[in-house]
Structures are given as C-alpha cells and as structure tokens.
Design a binder for this molecule. Structure first.
Ligand code: ADP
Ligand code: MG
Length: 292
C-alpha cells in the first residue's frame, strides 16, 4: 500500500475505535492467517463469580473465611470473586502472616497459624496433597460445564472444591464465526483448566485450544506458531498477555485491558469491543487492496 493509503486507513481506524500504533501494523494485519485469543477477560467478561463451594471436610463458611484471608493479598479475578462471596455471606477474615502467589497456579498464606493453599488441583497434588478419585471426577464434571475449578487446602489437607463461572462476552461467538467466514484460523489460550477451556472453545466454535498454560507459555506458543510459518495476531487484555502481544506479528489489546497490555500491542481496540477485531481486519485488508 502507498503511504497515503496507510495514512487514510489509520485515520479511518481511529474513527472506528481501532488505533494502529504504526502503519506497518495495518500491512501485517492484512496478512494474518491465525488469531490467538486469550480467554479470560478477552473472550469472557473476566469477572468470575463463585458458583460452587463443596466442602470435602469441615464447614463451608470456615473454609471460605480462610480462603478469603489467603486471597486478600491477590489481585487475581478469582481472588476478587472469593472475597466477594465471603462478603456476601457476611464473613470477616483475619490478616495473613506470609503470603505468596504462584502465577498461573494459585496462592498460599499463613492464616491463624494454618497453612492455606488455594489454586489448581494439579498444583495442590504437586505439593503432595491428596486429590482422591471422587474429588477429581467432580472437578472434571464442573470443568466440562465451563466452570473454573480450584481447591482449598488447609495444612496440606484438601478441604473444599470451589468453582467459578465467567460468562462469555455476548458478541464472542459471532466474532469467531465472522473470522472463520473470512478464512482465518481462530485459537484460544489460557491458564485455566483443560476441561473448562474445551467447554468454552466448543461453545464459541474456536478451532484450536491450549489450556493450563503457565505464564510465559503464551509468548512461547506464539513464537512456535510463527516458526510454523503462520502470520499470527494475538488478542489479549492482561498483564500476563504482554509478552505474547509483543511476540505476535500483530498484538491487539483491548482498550478495556491493562496499560501494560496496551503498551505491548501494535493495535488497540479503544472501546474494548470484540467486534472491532473484525473492523480492524477488514480495514487492513481493504487498505492493502486484498478485499474491496
Ligand atoms: P488465565 O489464563 O485464565 O488468566 P491464570 O494464568 O491467571 O489464568 O491462572 C491459571 C489458573 O491458576 C486459574 O484458572 C486458577 O485455577 C489458578 N490460579 C491463579 N491465580 C489464582 C488465585 N489467586 N487463586 C486461585 N487460583 C488461582
Ligand atoms: Mg485475560
């Protein structure tokens, strides 16, 4: 495309809520054949709610109180949901002595002299905690419905299963269909449970899905896909998406996302609307004369 055409395309994009940081992003976007979406906060609302609290041993409120105390130091959306649920039940919780967050796995804290862990069942099991077959089956059942399951352990004993629901954005399925209609491959990547991710992917019609990916893994995957000769756009909103946004041929950040994601991206969808991904793509292709 001529510099003038790029300039016109950028200007038109700005009017439509699509900010290109540099003209070359328009040209690259026109060639993209694979879009990889972050799940949480990008395809879903990113505001999970606690839907299930199933004690294995002990009282639900006692467990939730300890879980809330442990999560009070975390800014993770699941932590916010735990605190909200505890507040709704009129619970209060003590401060913690030690708190550590393990990105992509969960948190651990010392509460009232007890060691509290809340996070993925896989992580709990890796720490030597028993996750019996009944519990594992329940986790898979909830995940297969699209819920995010985590366990709460106290002093190395799993005490409860928690599950969260994070609604899909209303326009996510239509956007995926529109991208596929344009001949693109649509993929999703998440740190969430495999079963939960598959359920979401099925509902949206996503072609490929990678789940239980640890932080850092998103950028590694984008690098691999580029190595396979794909021209890759990554769409995300979170701090943990920044490396993948930077690694992608085109990084697309939701304007509703974190500043760090926006900084790392080549394109920002200022209104944070998923439908603008289609707008951006069509604009790029039209600018390059790939479509009319
Ligand atoms: P996502 O890709 O959905 O943003 P993350 O990488 O942040 O996921 O987290 C992956 C998984 O790790 C979560 O689905 C959850 O099971 C667990 N996890 C991470 N942080 C926490 C936390 N603060 N409390 C409980 N579980 C957590
Ligand atoms: Mg996200």
């Amino acid at each position: 495309a001529t510099p003038a055409a790029i300039l016109v395309g950028s200007g038109r994009g700005a009017e439509l809520g699509v900010l290109f940081r540099k003209g070359s992003a328009i040209e690259t976007l026109a060639r993209v054949d694979l879009l990889v979406f972050d799940k949480t906060g990008t395809l879903t609302e990113g505001r999970p709610r606690l839907t299930h609290l199933e004690p294995v041993a002990g009282e639900a409120d006692d467990i939730l109180r300890l879980a809330a105390a442990a999560e009070a130091g975390s800014e993770h959306p699941l932590a916010v949901a735990v605190l909200e649920a505890a507040r709704e039940r009129g619970l209060t919780w003590p401060g913690t002595d030690g708190f550590t967050a393990e990105p992509g796995q969960g948190v651990r804290a010392q509460v009232d002299g007890h060691q509290v862990l809340i996070g993925t069942a896989r992580w709990a099991a890796q720490q030597g905690m028993a996750v019996d077959a009944t519990l594992a089956a329940r986790i898979e059942a909830l995940a297969s419905e699209g819920h995010t399951p985590v366990v709460v352990a106290v002093d190395d004993q799993v005490k409860a299963l928690l599950a969260f629901a994070d609604p899909l954005k209303p326009d996510a399925a239509a956007m995926v269909a529109a991208l596929k209609a344009r001949g693109l491959t649509v993929a999703m990547i998440t740190g969430d449970n495999q079963g939960a991710a598959s359920a979401v992917a099925r509902r949206l019609g996503v072609d490929r899905v990678w789940a239980e990916v640890l932080p850092g893994g998103k950028a590694d995957l984008v690098r691999e896909l580029k190595g396979e000769g794909r021209t890759v756009a990554f769409v995300g909103d979170g701090i943990n998406d920044a490396p993948a946004l930077a690694q992608a041929d085109v990084g697309i950040a939701l304007g509703s996302g974190t500043d760090i994601a926006i900084e790392a991206a080549d394109v920002t969808l200022t209104r944070g609307e998923l439908a603008r991904v289609i707008t951006a793509l069509d604009l790029a292709r039209r600018t390059l004369g790939t479509i009319r």
